[in-house]
Design a protein around this ligand. Structure first.
Ligand SMILES: *Cc1c(COP(=O)(O)O)cnc(C)c1O
Length: 465
């Protein structure tokens, strides 16, 4: 019997019409953007897969919540709703609202890290590492080796390698490690999850040495779904239960509400230790605001509280993960080189394998992202040599092993028909991939160059494809 199909667990109440430019107009737009998809105007994009950060669609309940937001400077009702939602779904005792995830990272890093400390983590994230380093810490990658291999098919490719963690403790001493930062899921590894067993083992190991464990909980609900799907004993458990158990193996978390809390802005820092909470309450007023609004408007706290409940719904998250996989599976079936297995929030096209005729210093991932936009108005993001920047000492281009185009799926925004359009375009590009040309850099900003760099096609008469 044919497998029964499923559909979005919501219906559409408001629509936002999309601009559909002609091929010629897209050529003009890409030229104006210097062949960098970051510099395209949103108006010129048909399907926007640049990021899943702050791009979620809110529900009718969340839009209603905006209206009842309490904008009191102190003791806002909306703050209590947010605090209750975090306590109920995440299980932490103390909560501080921040303007977004990095606001929480700033507070945690300042409170916990001393000059010369080491912070082990399962692969770095840009803002997380930046705050650790600003406070004199050194990030140490203790993720399992397979996470760096784009074709290793593992259920939990985000796990921490306990041997690496133990070795770091032996080498530098537990007193030099204020906490372990465990990301669930691992964004930079392709949205790969961490197993419950690994969380438990990391926590047990850390407890033996008096080291805290803080989660980067940004995509914790996606991680919970993978546990339900793949880990022995969790198939019949609710996402809420799984989340509760996950967080029980930690001392606190930083959270970007812009991903798994289904809002466009916001975040929080949460913890169980009262003494640490009192110190964070002192610091939040310096960087964010009063502890009962932090960096958020009352209406935004209200919408985030509602989003936290909605994200923990089993039907929501099942569809979310399946939609990403729906696109990924079509590409895999067509033989397109992608990072495997498909993770929680994005598809990563392997641009080196896609465009073997373009050497890495001609920016194959940037060229592929440009070609995809030209072909169908779909916007992805370069994650390769441009993003990797230059070596600080030698000035040479860093040459990352992975040269990728990230197609990130916003939550509840596009239908599976949109995914079909993306798949068709990528597959057609793959069929005529030898016609795609490389790029040269025309303008290179000194820092975080991927945001503002400008390019032009190497073959002058061509527009990439
Ligand atoms: C987005 C993100 C952050 C930072 O959150 P912001 O809300 O963008 O400040 C931290 N960690 C991970 C894994 C993220 O994806």
């Amino acid at each position: 019997m044919k497998k029964r199909r499923t559909a979005e667990p919501y219906k559409i109440k408001a629509v936002e019409p999309l601009n559909m430019l002609s091929r010629e107009e897209r050529e003009q737009a890409l030229k104006r953007a210097g062949y960098n998809t970051f510099l395209l105007d949103s108006e010129d994009v048909y399907i926007d897969l640049l990021t899943d950060s702050g791009t979620s669609a809110m529900s009718d309940q969340q839009w209603g919540a905006l209206m009842v937001g309490d904008e009191a400077y102190a003791g806002s009702k909306s703050w209590y709703r947010l605090r209750d939602a975090v306590q109920e779904i995440y299980g932490y005792q103390y909560v501080l609202p921040t303007h977004q995830g990095r606001g929480a990272e700033n507070l945690l890093s300042q409170l916990m890290i001393k000059e010369g400390d080491y912070i082990p983590g399962n692969m770095y994230f840009t803002t997380t590492r930046a705050h650790q380093e600003l406070n004199g810490g050194t990030f140490v990658d203790v993720i399992i080796d397979e996470a760096h291999d784009s074709s290793a098919e593992l259920d939990f490719k985000g796990d921490i390698d306990l041997t690496k963690l133990q070795k770091l403790i032996d080498d530098v001493g537990a007193e030099r490690i204020p906490y372990v930062c465990l990301a669930v899921t691992v964004n930079m590894a392709g949205g790969q999850p961490v197993s419950m067993a690994n969380m438990r083992e990391v926590y047990e190991l850390c407890q033996r040495y008096g080291i805290s464990v803080f989660y980067d909980a940004t995509r914790c609900v996606e991680n919970a779904y993978f546990i339900k799907e793949r880990e022995e004993g969790y198939q019949d458990q609710s996402i809420r239960n799984i989340l509760k158990e996950m967080f029980s193996y930690s001392d606190g978390c930083t959270m970007s509400g812009k991903k798994d809390a289904l809002v466009n802005i916001g975040g929080f820092l949460a913890m169980n230790d009262e003494e640490l909470y009192i110190r964070s309450r002192e610091l939040v007023v310096v960087y964010e605001g009063m502890p009962t609004y932090g960096g958020m408007a009352g209406r935004d706290m209200e919408a985030m509280a509602q989003g936290i409940y909605e994200a923990a719904d089993d039907h929501f998250i099942e569809h979310r993960i399946h939609q990403v996989r729906y696109l990924g599976d079509q590409l895999i079936e067509a033989g397109i080189p992608v990072v495997r297995p498909i993770g929680g929030h994005a598809i990563f096209l392997d641009a080196k394998a896609f465009l073997p005729h373009i050497p890495q210093d001609q920016f194959p991932a940037q060229a592929l992202a440009g070609a995809l936009y030209l072909d169908s108005g779909v916007r992805g993001m370069e994650r390769g040599i441009v993003s990797a920047g230059r070596n600080k000492e030698t000035g040479e281009n860093n040459k990352p092993k992975l040269e990728m185009v990230r197609l990130t799926i916003p939550r509840r925004v596009y239908t599976n028909n949109h995914m079909d359009v993306v798949a068709d375009s990528v597959i057609e590009l793959f069929e005529k991939r030898d016609q795609i040309t490389g790029l040269q850099m025309e303008y290179e900003p000194p820092t975080l160059r991927f945001f503002n760099a400008r390019f032009s096609p190497l073959v002058e008469s061509k527009t990439l494809i």
